[in-house]
Ligand binder design. Sequence first.
Ligand SMILES: *Cc1c(COP(=O)(O)O)cnc(C)c1O
Length: 378
Amino acid sequence: MKIPFSRPPIVGGEIENISQAFENGIHMGGGKFSKKTEKFIENEFNIGKVLLTTSCTDALEMAAILSGGKVDDEFIVPSYTFSSTANAFALRGMKPVFCDIDINTLNIDVNKISNLITNKTKAIVPIHYAGIPADMDKINKIAEDHKILVVEDAAQAVNSKYNKKYAGSLADLGTFSFHATKNYSCGEGGALCINNQNYFKRSDYLLEKGTDRSEVVAGLKNKYSWVDLGSSFLPSDLLASMLYTQLEKRDLIMEKRKRLHSAYVDLFKSIQIDEIKHILIPENVDPNYHAFWILLRDETMRNNFFAKCKEYNISSYIGYVPLHSSKMGIKVGETRESLLVTENISGRIVRLPFYLMNDDEINYVYDSLKKILKLIYK
Ligand SMILES: *Cc1c(COP(=O)(O)O)cnc(C)c1O
C-alpha cells in the first residue's frame, strides 16, 4: 500500500454542480454559485461579509491592502507559518516582526505579542495551526488596547470553532483556503472574511480591479471607473460550484477526518511512549481535524522516522522552515526576541498523513506507525 501525505477531498456531487455551472453559461467569477457560496459561508459561519478569492494568499493580500500598511510599517506574525501569511504584507513594503509560539498549540504565543508592538505596528496576523484556533480573545484585547487590526489566517481552520464561534468570524478580517490540501477544496481557492464593517466597501473595490463596479451592479450608479487599488482576485464560477458541493457536506468530511484523528490518538495511547507529544484539542475548541502533528525527541529521531516511513511507503511531512530563519525572513523581517519554542520544535515536528482515508488505509497506517515508532524508540 502507498500512503500519500495528502489527497484532495471528494464527497460526491462535485461533477453535477460543475456541469450545472457550465450549463448556466456564466463561467466568470461572481456567478450564481459564487454568490450562493458566499452567502452560505456568511450564514453558516456567522461572518459579516464573504468574498471568494482564488486563494488564501490572495485573500491575505487583500487584507494587507485593507490594513493601510505602508513601507516600514510593521505587522506581528508567528515565525512558524506558511510564507503567504507574511508575504502578503511584505508585498506592501511592511516589515514582519516574528513572534514565538505556544508549545501546546504551536499557535502564536499571546503572552509575547505586547512586547513586540511599536507605534509602527499596523496588524497582528495569527494563524490557526492544524485547525486549532489561536487564543483570539486575548489577541483581540491586545489589538483593541493598541488600536491595531487583527487578521486571522484561518486557512486551515474552516469549520473549526473557538468558544463556540467559527474561525473566520473571530477578528476584523479573516482568510480561508480551499486549496486541494485543505479540508474543503476546489483545487485552488480561498475567501476573505470581513467582520469589521469599515472594510465592506473597500473590499468590493479591491475585488473589482480597483473600480466601483459593485455600485453599478447594485444600481447605485450608471458607470464605473478606477477608484482604488485592486486586482483580479475572484475565482471562476465553475470552481465555486465545486466548493459549494463540499461546503454543503462539510460535516460529512469532518466526521471522516475525525475517525483518522481518533485512530492516531488511540495509536499514541497504545504505544505509551511518553516522550512523544502530539496535538491536543483545547477545551474551548471544536476542531475541524485539519492535521495531526507529533513531536519526536530530536532531529536525528525524526530522520530515523522518515527513513522507516519510506520503507513502508508512507509520506509524512516536516512542517515549516521557520520564517525568521528563512532567506526572505532574514532579509525583510525582524526578530526582536529569541524564538525558543519555534526553534525547539521545528527540527522534531512531524505532520502525519491526513486525508479522507478508507478503513484499509487507516489500518495500514496504524499498524505501520506502531511498528516504526516502537522500533526507533526501543
Ligand atoms: C495553506 C495555507 C495558506 C495558503 O493557502 P492558499 O489557498 O494555497 O493560498 C496560507 N496560510 C496558511 C496558514 C496555510 O496553511
